[in-house]
Design a protein around this ligand. Structure first.
Ligand SMILES: *Cc1c(COP(=O)(O)O)cnc(C)c1O
Length: 450
């Protein structure tokens, strides 16, 4: 085996399977893992990573996989991207941590300034940094409660907001996220999502009916003056890349504005160039009061943010918000590298082109099979919902078979969906068209084996 010394874009950009998958080295690590890690901590692909970059992930057996997952929408600018690596490396020998609550530093401020500039709306904004998506969503709720003096939080069917106690409560799906982990946090209420493909009376009624059910929940059941915030993913991620019916989010936003309810956009998965604009909210003309980012923000170093209206963010009392590691300087330096990569390589346009390629490939595949119920998403965030042909019954077995086929043939994919029947595609924006098309050729072959 040739030694692989470095990842990033200089990594050989090819698909290559030279052992069974997982290979012998990965299987050794799996055995060590089984003896050292708890069983509930699982990995979807059993291959262990040696290096990654551009559009590939290379494993410890020398297999090279085309990456359609980006570590769940995290390495949007490519794994070990040059500006991320160089800025993090320049930061490391200066200081690794001081705690921003004790001894602050400039990179944090620079990340906040950038997020204040690129998030939707030209009103005055403030940004606070955290470590994870869940932590940032929790803090968005704290800001909303402090600013409104109200306690109720409204979320939607199919939502995913994290695994901490509050965000697990806000998450819709029982298995695997909630089962056995209750009791849950109080004051969390759930409204239907405007999910066109599965709307009972048909997609043409979806936006209006979903909005009216949401409005009834807030006005008739909760009382608008009890509701601090509505938290919504502008495109639902784990729920299966559900793009809300057009108009739904704008109606919700206007309704909230009328009633002094704060709108929180959870852009943890959709944010930072993934959908072909900085934020998915931009496509809807949505200007949320608070916007949460995490996954794509720092190239994989733990960093998350709440960016919001200055008056809302200033409502929390001094010392009320923070965390030991929140806004770690190395993670901030990495985030500045992410912004640099996106701006210098015009990755917003690249995300749109990747979206077009994926839509074209998936449309072609769908013509040859009855298993694809819907193709949906935006930019470099596309998914297919798989159904039993001639029905809308979720086809989980097909997802499992396709995922396995792709892995065996050198393509990493991810699943999603409340019913476990969605394949989602989140390639790094540094993937070449050739690799992308090759990955979908592998997927196409997978359909012919079903
Ligand atoms: C992943 C995700 C979260 C949780 O982020 P973590 O960093 O895993 O805590 C929250 N919201 C959305 C929309 C996500 O996709």
């Amino acid at each position: 085996m040739t030694a692989i010394l470095t990842g990033g874009p200089s990594l050989d950009q090819q698909r290559r399977v030279r052992t069974e998958v997982p290979g012998p080295r990965s299987r050794e690590l799996a055995a060590r893992r089984a003896a050292a890690l708890p069983a509930g901590l699982t990995s979807s692909a059993g291959v262990y990573v040696a290096a990654a970059g551009g559009g590939v992930v290379v494993d410890v057996d020398g297999n090279s996989f085309i990456d359609l997952g980006s570590g769940i929408a995290v390495t949007t600018v490519g794994n070990a991207a040059p500006a991320v690596v160089s800025r993090a490396m320049a930061q490391l020998p200066l200081y690794t941590h001081t705690c921003f609550l004790a001894t602050p530093y400039e990179p944090y401020i620079e990340v906040a300034e950038t997020l204040n500039r690129i998030t939707p709306g030209d009103h005055e904004k403030r940004t606070a940094l955290f470590n994870t998506g869940a932590e940032a969503v929790e803090n968005a709720v704290k800001y909303a409660r402090a600013a409104t003096g109200r306690s109720a939080v409204v979320v939607f069917d199919h939502a995913f907001h994290g695994r901490s106690l509050l965000t697990m409560t806000m998450t819709a799906k029982n298995q695997p996220y909630k089962h056995g982990f209750g009791p849950f946090a109080p004051e969390v209420y759930r409204a239907p999502m405007a999910y066109p493909y599965r709307w009972p009376s048909g997609p043409e009624h979806c936006a209006d009916e979903a909005f009216s059910q949401f409005a009834q929940l807030v006005d008739a059941q909760l009382g608008a003056d009890a509701v601090a915030c509505v938290v919504v993913e502008p495109i639902q991620g784990e729920g299966g890349f559900i793009v809300p019916a057009d108009g739904f989010l704008r109606s919700v936003a206007a309704f909230c504005r009328d009633r002094g309810i704060l709108l929180v956009a959870d852009e943890v998965q959709t944010g930072i160039a993934r959908t072909g604009s900085w934020f998915a909210s931009d496509h809807e003309g949505l200007v949320p009061d608070l916007l949460v980012t995490a996954k794509g923000l720092a190239g994989g170093l733990p960093l998350a943010a709440v960016t919001g209206r200055a008056d809302v963010m200033d409502a929390a009392h001094p010392g009320g918000i923070g965390g030991t590691y929140s806004g770690n300087p190395v993670a901030c330096a990495a985030a500045l590298g992410v912004f640099e990569e996106i701006e210098t390589a015009d990755l917003l346009s690249r995300a749109r082109v990747i979206g077009d390629v994926m839509a074209r490939e998936l449309t072609d595949i769908a013509r040859r099979t009855g298993v694809i119920g819907e193709i949906r998403g935006r930019g470099a965030m596309m998914a297919i919902e798989l159904v039993v042909p001639g029905s809308r019954d979720p086809h989980r077995d097909a997802v499992a078979a396709l995922t396995r086929h792709c892995l065996d043939n050198g393509v990493l994919t991810l699943t999603a969906g409340t019913f476990g029947n969605v394949l989602r595609f989140l390639p790094p924006l540094t993937i070449s068209d050739a690799l992308l098309v090759e990955a979908f050729d592998v997927l196409r072959d997978g359909f012919s084996t079903l």
